[in-house]
Design a protein around this ligand. Structure first.
Ligand SMILES: Nc1nc2c(c(=O)[nH]1)N[C@H]1C(S)=C(S)[C@@H](COP(=O)(O)O)O[C@H]1N2
Ligand SMILES: [Mo]
Length: 372
């Protein structure tokens, strides 16, 4: 008879009965195959290589013909504007590192788990975006005094909760005309890849990912609260289905650690050699500055301050590091960030769609003496 499998790690699918406590649905797995996360070792790079940046596409990736492409600026404006891609690229250009995070990051770790793209914390990345500032274009179009919001429309269409719609989001005029808001056509010095919004996307630094409308085709000034699905139904902080909830807006503070040592293939538990170990990662807080990062090596019982590097940009993450004297044993490492407003990261949190979930990261580590 086969001996029970023993391991220094928690086991999964070892022949004694596959552990199925999470019961991910086929639909969640299919979404996860389309939408990648940033492998957390990507935290080692100040600017995320494009192929490692997370990706979230609600519907299909539209194929847009660059030669025929026009961006329309209309609605409550004095003069409608229509621009080709070359005309947009001929306008003043800005390049800016921006940390982008999906509002649903971490939702798959919650109990109960909202059924959607099953992020566990890796819906993050920092790219250098190149584009032209939006505000001067809106001023050229001449916003009429009654305009209160700007609606951004993507070329992608689909169905969510039985609502058939183009992907659309709005911003107030005050938010849309902030100087850091860009119409971006390049990511890390290259034209946008199809999945990241080719040929043009909106970049709104500090806001959660859904704000950064990809495959942008139209910008429209309106005089009322925009009620499109992705604004009024999705991206709300709700605890009960049906309640309107508060809109999801800015990125909340979060720190992540690049997992130390080496991973177990299946469980991703880390194997670390005893001795001095430098733990490191990055932390961000949307529009706010991260002022403190703390590390715990005992499952959140006690916390110590990490050393902070400079921010990569005004709207980009900063590196942190912590020297750990690792002794043999099993550990749960954790890290948390706080920002200038005093906001920090909770141990656990829950809301209906798993929005803005910045519960602290936990990493299982086994420390062993270096083999003789
Ligand atoms: N047109 C359009 N824009 C979109 C989306 C989309 O599905 N369609 N997804 C949004 C969401 S939810 C996120 S988190 C970011 C992801 O951007 P990325 O895939 O370039 O990382 O794009 C946003 N912009
Ligand atoms: Mo997202």
């Amino acid at each position: 008879m086969a001996q029970p499998h023993t391991s220094r790690f928690r086991t999964v699918g070892d022949g004694s009965g596959i552990e199925r406590s999470d019961n991910f649905t086929r639909e969640e797995v299919a979404l996860a195959l389309r939408n990648r996360g940033m492998p957390l070792e990507g935290l080692r790079y100040p600017i995320t290589p494009s192929g490692m940046h997370y990706l979230l596409v609600h519907f299909d990736i539209p194929r847009v013909d660059a030669a025929a492409y026009r961006l329309r600026v209309g609605g409550l404006v004095e003069h409608e504007i229509s621009l080709s891609l070359d005309e947009i690229k001929a306008r003043p250009a800005v390049t800016m590192p921006v940390t982008m995070e999906c509002a649903g990051n971490g939702r798959a770790l919650m109990t109960p788990r909202p059924i959607s793209q099953p992020w566990m914390g890796e819906a993050i990345g920092t790219a250098e975006w190149t584009g032209t500032p939006l505000a001067p274009l809106l001023h050229e179009a001449g916003l009429r005094p009654e305009s209160t919001e700007i609606v951004f429309t993507g070329a992608d269409r689909g169905v969510q909760d039985d609502s058939v719609h183009l992907y659309q989001r709005s911003l107030t005029v005050a938010e849309a005309t902030r100087e850091e808001v860009l119409l971006a056509y390049a990511m890390n010095g290259q034209p946008l890849e199809p999945q990241h919004g080719f040929p043009l996307r909106l970049i709104v630094p500090g806001w959660y990912g859904m704000t950064n409308v990809k495959w942008l085709t139209s910008i429209e000034a309106i005089d009322h609260e925009f009620s499109g699905y992705q604004q009024a139904e999705a991206y709300r902080y709700q605890t009960e289905s049906g309640e309107p909830g508060e809109p999801v807006t800015f990125i909340q503070p979060r720190a992540l650690m690049a997992p130390p040592g080496i991973p177990d293939f299946l469980t991703r538990t880390r194997l670390v050699e005893a001795g001095r170990v430098t733990l490191s990662g990055r932390a961000w807080a949307g529009r706010e500055q991260v002022t403190r990062v703390e590390v715990s090596t005992d499952g959140g019982e006690t916390w110590s301050d990490a050393a902070l590097e400079a921010q990569v940009g005004e709207f980009a993450w900063r590196g942190w590091s912590f020297e750990w004297d690792a002794k043999p044993g099993s550990y749960e490492l954790s890290v948390r960030a706080s920002c200038a407003t005093g906001a920090s990261q909770p141990d656990e949190m829950w809301n209906l769609q798993g929005m803005g979930n910045n519960a602290r990261q936990r990493i299982e580590v086994v420390v062993e003496e270096r083999p003789a």
